[in-house]
Design a protein around this ligand. Sequence first.
Ligand code: AMP
Length: 283
Amino acid sequence: MKIAGTVAEVREQVKQWRKEGLTVGLVPTMGFLHEGHKSLIDRAVKENDRVVVSVFVNPTQFGPNEDFESYPRDMDKDSALCEAAGASLIFHPEPSEMYLDGYSTFVDMSTLTGGLCGKTRPIHFRGVCTVVSKLFNIVTPDRAYFGQKDAQQLAVIRHMVRDLNFGIEIVGCPIIREEDGLAKSSRNTYLNAEERAAATILSKALKEGKAALESGERDAAKVKQIVTDKINSEKLSKIDYVEIVDWNNLEPVEKVMDDVLCAVAVYIGKTRLIDNFIFSINS
Ligand code: AMP
């Protein structure tokens, strides 16, 4: 497995693979890899001849008061995980390689990005769409893999690929959880022991919301209330949002008539965690 720091190296390697008629999968990440990321890499390895994992903490998707500087990084551990999972190449550029002096072009989506995480993180999806577009142009993969953990991001990327004719298949992958239900996240390392125990409230609350939908509740406000009450029962939690939106366009719904995304963002102490489930009306 190779580690490339420059765009030119990646292009050269992919050109070689293309000459050999090989397919290429891409797994974009910010590193500090865990089982959630590994599940994406595993799937990509199964479905493609070669897999590129990008490890890049993308400055343009962090707001001024967010955790860009303190975001955890461990390239040695990440390389070992990628190698063991069967990836062929890690793309690990410096910010200066991705954003040249005078960089001024951004991909800004006018729908899907205003609600949910976009409310508290107004520039986040502009940064995500920009960096993912750049990665798509650099790697030119056949398929790219994204976790449902970041459900809004998955919907936004699918929409962007459709709007901008990227011609890349976007594969959504299920949320990988700790044994007690907490969705795996690089940011879980910010939690102290007491907060770590409190953080299970997200998945517990979503479970109750899901159970209500499964037993026939169709009033979104009632389901949101069940989830909200449960989260508020944990004293270390502070809700950013609890939303039920149409899974196709991320617009809030009053009655659940179609597939919906039930998503939450909750501060546990200073750490903002997200989690969600998708409820399929026909299953
Ligand atoms: P990140 O490094 O947090 O930007 O995540 C990189 C990719 O891994 C994104 O597509 C995430 O949705 C995905 N991912 C992160 N955590 C999980 C998880 N617990 N289960 C499944 N996918 C995940």
